[in-house]
Ligand binder design. Structure first.
Ligand code: ARG
Length: 270
């Protein structure tokens, strides 16, 4: 019998895709020659924001900056745990200027921001589980940044190596359901990292490559509702069997840049 799952209200930081485009290619999803419909991206994104608010979550917005088309992917700009903000240093030169805008937003909101010295892409690769940080590496965030994050937060940081270029950020291959469990696509990880995940989460919900290609692992859970791409139907059905309530939200236009629901959502944990 499925357990009763408990929703915890969240505070999210998001950035409207007003200047969204695919102008450069820094992951295998991006095709600068394929057309992007900015109005459709904005409409889909606005739906996500209303769905969050309808489910009782607080959503804060940072103003998008012209010339920074990936700024919509708010998750990549920091990870905030216990009110401490660990900023970003992007791998791609095209994205580096995003950090200063997010840092400024946090400063205005009353937070100090730690400026990392090594490449680190926020919640794209650093995933708070409730007890420790799971940290992706292999494509973007460096091992050195994991060490910096552990010193900064004083929480254990557990390194996981990503091996499939389609799942270049940890948040495209794994997401946290609640304090006890996660969902992940095993083959996105090195053999040793798969073993680490099996030891930490023997009861994890396992996803297939099709679930992952549908951006099903780029979901946001509030402990009860899972905001998930409608294309990841099979995974949504499995989550339902586990007692979670899937809430489908379509961000297909943003998938063209290699991002989905979680990439557009940074959680501010006070
Ligand atoms: N085009 C962006 C990049 O490659 C997409 C980022 C997606 N964000 C994420 N959290 N996975 O950097």
């Amino acid at each position: 019998m499925a357990e009763t799952r408990v929703r915890r209200p969240r505070r999210f930081l998001v950035c409207e895709p007003r200047h969204f485009e695919v102008r450069y290619a820094i992951n295998p999803w991006m095709r600068p020659d394929a057309p992007v419909d900015v109005e459709l991206a904005r409409t889909q994104w606005r739906t996500l924001i209303s769905v969050y608010r309808d489910h009782g979550h607080t959503v804060e917005e940072i103003d998008p900056v012209p010339g920074l088309p990936d700024m919509v992917f708010a998750a990549n700009s920091a990870i905030v745990v216990g009110g401490r903000v660990f900023g970003s240093l992007f791998h791609a030169p095209e994205r580096r200027p995003e950090s200063e805008h997010y840092d400024a937003w946090f400063k205005t909101a009353g937070y100090d921001v730690y400026r990392p010295l090594s490449v680190t892409e926020g919640e794209g690769d650093l995933v708070w589980t409730g007890r420790y940080v799971l940290a992706g590496t292999g494509f973007r965030t460096s091992r050195e940044a994991h060490r910096e994050a552990q010193e900064f937060f004083g929480h254990p940081v557990i390194a996981l190596t990503l091996v499939d270029p389609y799942f270049y950020h940890l948040d495209t291959a794994l997401f946290v359901l609640d304090d006890d469990n996660v969902v992940y696509y095993p083959e996105a990880f090195s053999t040793g990292s798969q073993e680490v995940l099996r030891r930490l989460y023997p009861d994890a919900v396992l996803a297939t490559r099709d679930d992952a290609l549908a951006f099903g692992l780029n979901s946001v859970s509030d402990g009860r509702h899972v905001f998930i791409a409608p294309q990841a139907e099979a995974l949504a059905a499995r989550l339902d069997d586990h007692g979670y309530t899937p809430v489908p939200v379509d961000l297909s236009e943003l998938h063209k840049a290699g991002g989905g629901i979680k990439c557009c959502t940074q959680e501010i944990r006070s």
